[in-house]
Each structure stands twice: as C-alpha cells, then as structure tokens.
Design a protein around this ligand. Sequence first.
Ligand SMILES: *Cc1c(COP(=O)(O)O)cnc(C)c1O
Length: 393
Amino acid sequence: MSDAGEYTGYETKAIHAGQEYDQWSNREIVPPIVTSMTFFQDDPTNMQGHYYGRYSNPTRDSLERCLAALDNGKHGLVYPSGCAAITALLHLLKQGDHIVSAAEQYGGTRSLFLDYIEIQGIEIDFVDSTDLKQIDDAIKPNTKLMFFETPSNPCLKYSDIAAIAKLVHSQNNGQIVVAVDNTMLTSYFQRPLEFGVDVVMYSLTKYMNGHSDVLAGALVLNDTEIYNKLKIVQTKYGSVLSPFESFLTNRGLKTLPLRMQRHSENGIAVAYYLETQKNVVKVIHPAFPSHPQHELAKKQSSGYCGIVTFQINGGLEESKKFVQNLRLFQSCGSLGSYGSYVMISARVSHVDVPKEVRESIGIFDSTIRLSVGLESADDLIKDLKQAFEKTFA
Ligand SMILES: *Cc1c(COP(=O)(O)O)cnc(C)c1O
C-alpha cells in the first residue's frame, strides 16, 4: 500500500499511515533511519524538499504523519521528550499572559510550568479540572492556555474533555488554546481532538513507544495557524527528535493497539485482585462502578491504561517494604512499558510537590502506583500476593 487513504481503522493506520514505500528511493517497506542531516539540491537557488535536519527529516516525518493520523489530526510534531513538547507549547505565550492548569498532573509538568512562568513573567492558576466551575472562575482576560491531563497521574481522575473545550472556547473570543496531555490513554483509547481541544500532547516515552528505550514527546493538532507557529518555534530553537528515536517510536506504534488491549485487561485483573486484599485500604481504577468518573471514562474513552493506584495499610515503611518485596514489578520512575513497574508517587514523580498539595490531591506515603505491563496476569497477581505475605508477615 502506498497510502493508508480510505483505510481508516486505527490498527491499519498504526501500521500504514506515513509509511508509504514510494516515499523512499529503495521502496523500503520498513521506514529507514535517515541519518543524513542535509540533502542534495539540484537547483542551488531554490532549496526543495528535505534540506536540513532541523527543519525536517524523512524518518521523523514518517513518525509525525503516523501520529497525526492516529489522532485523526492534520499535523504532528515530535520532540526529544514530553517536557520538550510542553515547553514548545509554552512558547506560544508571551509576558503578561495567563495559564489555567489542572492541579493534579504529572509532577514534571507542574515544576516546568512554575519555572517557566517565573522566568517569562507569565501567570498561572491551578484548578481542579474535574470541576468546570473552578475552570470558569479561573479564566481571566489574559488567559491564553488551558492545560490538563485526563486521566490524571497517579489518582486517575477524569476531566470532561468536551465540556472543558466548549467552556474555555466560549471565553476570550475563542482565543484560549486548550491542550490536553493524552499520555495515559494514548490515541488508541482516547482522541481529544474529536472532543474539540486544540492540541494533544504526549510523552511518547510511555505507552506510545512502549518499550522504555526512547525519551520523546509529541504535539498533534488540526489548527494550521497554531501548527505553523509551533513549527517555526521548533526549527528556530532546534527541539527535534533524532532519526533513531523516531524510528524506534514509529516501530513501537505498530503494536500499540495490541499492547493497550493487554495493559487494559491486566490492569483490571490486578485492580480486582487488590480489592480482595485486607491490607489494601483503597484501590483506584476507573473500571470500578464506584470510581467517581466511571461513566465519564466510558463516554470519552474506549479502554483503560495499565495504571492501578492503591493505598496500602500503613505508611512509608509499609509501602517501601512492599515495593522491595516485589519481584516482577520493578521499582522505577516511569510507566507504560511492556514490563510492570511500581512507584511510591510521593517519593518519585511528585517528590517536588509540597506535602499539603500532594495530600490534597490524594497522594500519600501509602499510595502505590502500579504500571501493569504485558506479563501473564496470573504471574503478576502471584507476585503481589507474595509481597503482601512478606510485608505483613
Ligand atoms: C512522563 C510524562 C510527562 C513528561 O514526559 P517526558 O517524556 O518524561 O519528558 C508528561 N506527562 C505525563 C502524563 C507523563 O507521564
């Protein structure tokens, strides 16, 4: 196939969109890693096509087109990390502008915002993005960006994407850019552009690449005016993903649908197991009808990521012991890989967030976040079982 064109299934696009063999001189079926950062020009007075690596690169281009297609978006841009993608977005703002941001979000996003606004003279207000009234009240005449994450990390709160887009776009002559971090569910389970947001942001480092061997980020959007601004920022400041990382991420996308299905199933299996445990105080999983946004999750997304967050009976000592007793779940600072990971959020991803703020959003020393991987669910449960037994012996 040289063009995914009329074939619109997600799985089909993950494999074919942007991968057309006839864009390559050797008609490669697998997109090659093009390392040349400059390209011969027949007409020295008029540069054509790819001409310098900072502006574009064929391997990167292939990934960007695949990502855009997967979100049913027009444009994709890839960056050397998720944080670099957020930084690129912040370059749309200028001194005196105002950001409304979700309070509950990835710790790195919060600290990046706080750092950037101080240097640039930008204002920010943090709100509970599950509460439309708080968002409405926070918007000011100089608000230029609304940024949120759904579901949030690690407490899996869902914000209503369509309602937020509608509310925010009804203010300030529709000039506020609404951006959502879609790292947790990926475009396989949730496509925010279809609910009216302007920009979808990813840490591709997580599920999208899915193999914990690439650091990368992306922005996907429909609006060509915003895209052109972002493209200029990207080429000027040089925040681009390398051909090798682009190749690996593109390769990861080919199996994303299969991986997400398994993450979703395994996550549910682990969550139901944890519910039966006497030394578990609380389990957070959006598939539970008791989850406060269970209905919203079903309405705006079509499956669950592999994150299961729970509170263990005790404090830091018990959490630490439990994590150290696990064998398959590896203690580390990431999520979304084929392998299962475990983290004490208060001590890793949210260590920079003040304790009162952390606890107000539900992250305690006893909060353990599992990123359930693709292993056999039975083995994962066996691992948790032996860790509970050892910890509470
Ligand atoms: C990891 C992560 C980021 C930051 O991405 P990097 O690739 O680490 O820069 C942003 N948002 C979420 C939800 C994340 O999990």
